[in-house]
Design a protein around this ligand. Structure first.
Ligand SMILES: Cc1cc2nc3c(=O)[nH]c(=O)nc-3n(C[C@H](O)[C@H](O)[C@H](O)COP(=O)(O)O)c2cc1C
Length: 268
């Protein structure tokens, strides 16, 4: 995993205040404050596990409600109950929906929104790639890639990925995966990048289960043209100021796995 393939990127800040008023899903500064997730009720977990299947056929004409996208992203990597934790997270209380090796959270969750494929009431969410910020449960637009740009990354799956409403993109932060101290490196055999792949697996499973619980369809796809995939995470010049106005830091991301999500259509 050479850093030559990785993409320079700015992460959005840790601001917890939802100062931008929601306005049909859009806020100033290219930011969307997502709706608060439901933390009780929903589909029973045993039935969801039993029902989950990789689905490779999506309906091309239904739009996804922003509320469902919000729930899915929270289930993937959102902040969760912190009182049961230990160590450094307990101080900051920043645990997430998916476990993470050493609690380092080295994965960035991005989401591609297809044109007119996600709605908030009467409004369509602008298409493009967004960064999901768990700290304030928001999305920030990073570029305006089209579905055609996205499809260039898939050697074999174009025929169904094109109909997905959204595509969740899980990427490892190439700086963060080198977080181990020398002592830890010895114990862990310096496998920060392996842990990043493992972390992605947990997040990926959360996406699969949440999609099933929300009556949506998905499939994890690891077979990607890496360099093209990394270019999907590149921040547009036009969006830089949006991100710079919040608390941000520089990061380099490498795509690990993606999950197109949509409405099930026909055979799998
Ligand atoms: C790490 C991983 C990578 C995968 N990559 C692909 C892929 O590139 N293309 C694809 O169509 N399915 C992919 N799959 C889905 C598997 O083919 C699928 O999980 C498997 O056939 C079992 O079916 P099930 O998910 O319905 O239980 C991947 C699954 C995992 C866990």
């Amino acid at each position: 995993m050479g850093s030559g393939n990785s993409t320079n990127f700015w992460i959005c800040g840790t601001s917890s205040e939802k100062e931008n008023k929601r306005n049909g899903g859009f806020t100033t500064g290219g930011k969307i404050n997502l709706t608060d997730p439901e933390k009780t009720g929903g589909a029973p977990i045993w039935g969801v596990i039993d029902k989950r299947r990789s689905i490779r056929s999506f309906s091309s004409d239904k739009s996804l409600d922003l509320k469902k996208l919000s729930q899915l992203l929270w289930a993937a990597y959102g902040l969760t109950e912190s009182s049961l934790g230990r160590g450094e997270q307990k101080k900051g209380g920043k645990f997430r929906a998916a476990p993470s090796a050493y609690g380092k959270y080295t994965i960035g969750v991005f989401v591609f929104v297809g044109k007119k494929r996600v709605r908030d009431g009467e409004n369509c969410i602008k298409n493009g790639v967004y960064y999901y910020c768990p700290n304030d449960h928001s999305l920030t637009l990073v570029n305006k890639k089209s579905v055609e740009d996205i499809l260039l990354c898939f050697p074999n799956e174009k025929h169904f990925v094109k109909d997905a409403n959204i595509i969740v993109l899980l990427a490892s932060d190439t700086e963060k995966i080198n977080w181990l101290s020398d002592a830890e490196k010895e114990l862990a055999e310096d496998k920060g990048h392996v842990y990043a792949y493992m972390d992605s697996g947990y997040i990926s499973m959360n996406v699969c289960l949440a999609a099933t619980a929300l009556d949506l369809a998905t499939v994890p796809i690891a077979k990607l043209i890496k360099e093209r995939g990394n270019s999907l995470l590149k921040i547009d010049e036009a969006q830089k100021s949006n991100l710079e106005s919040s608390e941000i830091c520089g990061s380099k991301f490498e795509l690990v796995i993606v999950l197109p999500v949509g409405f099930k259509d026909g055979v799998t």
